[in-house]
Design a binder for this molecule. Structure first.
Ligand code: ADP
Length: 464
């Protein structure tokens, strides 16, 4: 199917709407004004006939009982030119003045003109000449009759037709001007809408081709378009971060594997070649390296498990404080070795969760706290109950985490300080696993930290 541009569609729609509006307005204005005008003309015709009768009656001389026939003649000719055919009778119905008798050819010509014009311009009226009789009175006494012949239901003279056609021309002109305006508006609107969309499409195409650093710099003014631009920028940012992480992950895993493998191979080689005696210490150090490798592999395995989303939870009611105490118990020895104080405080807090998985989260948080907080530091576990959530905090006064690392520490293989972390901690997977477990429970894990002033990790589990 051929796709048309948004621009063309907008302009067409706009023009169509305006055309429809103009048509409705023109037709209704035409009908309404036309109807009103016809009414007016009919009333006017009636009024004029009546006026003619009154006017003629006033020319009757009551003293002599005669008519001013000169005036009657003048009046009759004037009326004829206006489209009225007069016939005046006295009280005995004797004809005093008759337009048709007076100037038959002029009369016939005027009547033909009128009939022709009306039949060609208003064929639907199906009009014809009719005659209306008026009684002429003076001081209450009947002095005669006046027959007024005119074109019925109404007659429009040249001026009236001109008025109506100029009205139509004005309506048409207004319609054309509005249509031109609509097309112009459509063009402007289309440019306003399509420009940012075209820009967004262009940037999205660049992103899809792998240029994750590109961004939409100019934010569109309309809310929806601005939202779209922001979403695209956000997507690019996420992709850029994922890409960086992926690269870092590969180099981290390679690095992680290289050192122990190189150590073990060189020890083995020396021992095989007889350069080194296979003493228990040397074998032990080979074994330690292999242990590190298998630790890394099992970390990766656990990570795969939680990240694949097939983390099946065996939920039951657990007491977070009791669990924190058990976990802390496992680190007492290590903390004592480091001269650190490790305390657990708070209230008994029940929630529905997988005990082993939550144990793993607390263990990971405590393991980090003990590893990163130096000699003589203090580590505090605090459990709080609230109507919505069971909250566990692990607080330490260790080195803290730099602001730029904070959003990243939950990413897999991310270690804020690579050299220090490699010596002390694991492969940067502990917090990733903790976060996946918290997410699977519908909870969340967050961190507050300031460099040099310690860190506080908060686990929130919903209370169902
Ligand atoms: P790791 O195996 O390196 O401990 P984690 O995922 O558990 O991996 O932690 C990621 C990074 O977060 C660590 O390398 C460390 O830089 C930082 N981090 C975690 N916990 C703390 C803490 N309590 N104090 C300071 N830094 C921490």
């Amino acid at each position: 199917m051929k796709l048309h541009s948004l621009r063309l569609k907008l302009i067409l729609r706009f023009a169509l709407i305006v055309l429809a509006v103009i048509a409705v307005i023109s037709i209704s204005a035409n009908l309404l004004i036309g109807h009103q005008f016809e009414q007016y003309v009919m009333n006017q015709q009636d009024l004029q006939a009546r006026e003619l009768a009154d006017n003629l009656a006033s020319q009757y001389d009551t003293q002599s009982g005669g008519w001013n026939l000169d005036y009657v003649h003048g009046m009759g000719m004037y009326a004829l030119n206006e489209g009225y055919i007069l016939k005046l009778y006295d009280a005995d119905e004797t004809v005093l003045w008759d337009a048709e008798n007076h100037d038959m050819s002029l009369c016939a010509q005027i009547m033909d003109d009128i009939a022709l014009r009306m039949q060609s311009q208003r064929p639907e009226l199906d009009g014809d000449f009719t005659t209306r009789r008026f009684d002429l009175t003076r001081n209450g006494a009947l002095i005669g009759y006046l027959d007024v012949g005119f074109y019925s239901p109404y007659y429009l003279n040249e001026n009236a037709f001109q008025f109506l056609s100029s009205l139509n021309r004005i309506l048409l002109a207004a319609g054309l001007v509005s249509l031109a305006g609509a097309i112009l508006m459509g063009l402007l609107l289309a440019a306003y809408i399509t420009k940012p969309i075209a820009k967004t499409v262009e940037i999205t195409r660049l992103i899809s081709e792998g240029d994750y650093r590109t961004r939409i710099r100019e934010e569109p003014k309309a809310r929806e378009l601005a939202g779209l631009a922001r979403a695209v920028n956000q997507m690019a940012e996420n992709l850029e971060r994922q890409e960086a992480l992926r690269k870092r992950l590969t180099s981290d895993v390679a690095h992680e594997l290289r050192t122990p493998l190189a150590n073990v191979s060189s020890y083995m080689e020396m021992m095989i070649e007889g350069v080194w005696e296979p003493t228990p210490e040397r074998l032990q150090s080979c074994y330690d390296e292999l242990q590190r490798l298998s630790g890394l592999v099992s970390d990766l395995e656990r990570l795969r498990q939680v990240e694949n989303g097939n983390l099946s939870l065996k939920k039951r009611e657990i007491d977070l404080l009791a669990l924190a105490r058990v976990a802390a118990g496992q680190f007492e020895g290590l903390a004592a070795q480091n001269g650190q104080t490790l305390t657990v405080e708070g209230e008994h807090t029940l929630c529905l969760a997988d005990r082993d998985r939550i144990m793993q989260v607390i263990t990971n948080l405590l393991s980090n706290a003990v590893s990163y907080t130096g000699q003589g530091g203090s580590i505090r576990v605090l459990v709080q109950d609230s109507p919505e959530a069971a909250v566990l905090r692990v607080q330490d006064n260790g080195p803290g985490i730099a602001a730029q690392d904070m959003p990243l520490i939950f990413e897999r293989f991310y270690r804020a300080d690579k050299s220090r972390s490699r010596k002390n901690g694991g492969a940067g997977i502990g917090l990733t696993i903790a976060k996946a477990i918290a997410d699977a429970h519908g909870g969340e894990i967050s961190v507050e930290s300031a460099e040099g002033r310690g860190s506080c990790f908060t686990l929130k589990l919903p209370k169902e």
